[in-house]
Structures are given as C-alpha cells and as structure tokens.
Design a protein around this ligand. Structure first.
Ligand SMILES: [Zn+2]
Length: 228
C-alpha cells in the first residue's frame, strides 16, 4: 500500500519534476512509489540496463518504498492503441491503493509525456470501475496531481523544497548516463532556475509547482496562521 504513487514516462522524469516533493513526503512518513512506464531505451545516451540501474540508485537517494518499470516501448507510447497498457496501469493503481497519484501535465513537446498523461488519466478511470475485472479489486484515489516537465501551467499549489533541493539534485545526477553536469546544457529543462522562480513566488529558496483539475478545499485555516 502506498500513500502517493508517481507515474513517469522515463526513468528520470519523476525526480526532474517532483524530486524535492518526493523527498519531503518521505520525510513526513508518506509511503511513496514511482512507476516508470519505459526504460528510456531510445535515449541518445545509456543502455536499457544502465538506465534501470540508475533508476534504482535514484530510488535509494529519494528514500522511496518502491520503484518499478513497466518496460513499455520508449518513444512509441502515443502508438499504443489497445486498452491493455491502461489496464496494466489501472491494476497497479488497484494493487498499491494510493490516495494521491502524480502524473505529467498533458501539454508537453515530448509525445511520450503527453501519452503518459492520457494513459494515466484513463487508468485512473478504469481502476475505479468495479465492473472492470482485473487482478486487484477496484480502487478510487482522492486526488490526481499534475507535474511539469517541458510544458508549463498556472500552478494550483507549490511545495517548498528548499531543504530538499540538494537531495533532488543528487537523485537527478544518479542518472549518470543522461546528465554530465547539473546545468542547462545537459538537463532537458532549466530545473534549478524553475525551482528558484517558483520559490521566489512563495518567498522561499526553491519550490516545485503542481496542478489539480479540481479545486482544492482548505477547511482547516490553522494552516494559514503558520508564519513559515
Ligand atoms: Zn521524459
């Protein structure tokens, strides 16, 4: 059983987009897992085996409970036409029964990222339908939360990751075959600059931003009395 399950298209995407938040959740005793849809075998650098090993190294850095890889075909996710991949994901949601699922924002220049967003949305729907028979019984999550890769949205909320930023960086750099240095030249998008920008918006050093399609309610206003 997991509290939070993150679906990611490629083995480095979860940490690039939400690594600081993942570390923060682990610190707060949330049970967190990442399921990567592909092994990233179509990337210019690194073999499938190297990338799976790097993902496991990053798992240890993040301190999460689970990291699986579904070995779907990298670069071809938009061409998966039948229902099976969505059923596979739905069964994972049923198996781990998360309250919260993180998935990529549906606007992105990378076709695999867009396809993952749609695939997870479909899987969340299948997961809750009792009349769809899979290995595990139906499960409905509380909240789907979108994270940014190459696209950008107007965030619904921010997470202060000032204390977690160095661990996020270490988790990203665990993907040695992908990133020679933690700079704009090697990263797919300016990770540090983005976290600094979001941090500036909430008056902290670094932050990550997230989107929800449903409005969030805040019943306990005690949270607003906190000075930090
Ligand atoms: Zn990716």
């Amino acid at each position: 059983m997991l509290d939070v399950l993150i679906f990611a298209p490629h083995p480095d995407d979860a940490e690039l987009a939400a690594g600081g938040t993942i570390v923060k959740l682990v610190k707060q005793d949330f049970k967190v897992g990442i399921i990567d849809l592909t092994a990233g075998e179509m990337g210019t650098y690194g073999t499938k085996e190297q990338r799976l090993k790097e993902a496991q190294t990053a798992k240890k850095v993040l301190g999460i409970n689970l990291r699986e890889n579904l070995a779907l075909p990298d670069g071809r996710l938009p061409f998966l036409k039948d229902e099976q991949p969505a059923f596979t994901l739905a069964d994972k949601i049923r198996e781990f029964q998360p309250k919260i699922v993180l998935l990529p924002y549906w606007v992105d220049r990378h076709p695999d990222h867009v396809a993952t967003s749609h695939l997870v949305q479909q899987a969340l729907h299948f997961a809750k339908l009792t009349k769809i028979s899979l290995t595990f019984p139906a499960h409905k999550i509380n909240l789907a939360v979108y994270y940014e890769l190459n696209g950008s949205f107007t965030p619904s909320f921010f997470v202060d990751i000032s204390e977690e930023f160095e661990v996020k960086k270490k988790a990203i750099m665990s993907h040695k075959s992908q990133f020679k240095a933690f700079t704009r030249e090697f990263l797919p998008f300016p990770v540090e600059e983005r976290c600094r920008y979001y941090g500036a918006l909430i008056n902290v050093a670094y932050a990550e931003a997230f989107l929800t399609q449903q409005p969030l309610q805040l019943s306990n206003w005690k949270l607003l009395l906190k000075s930090d």
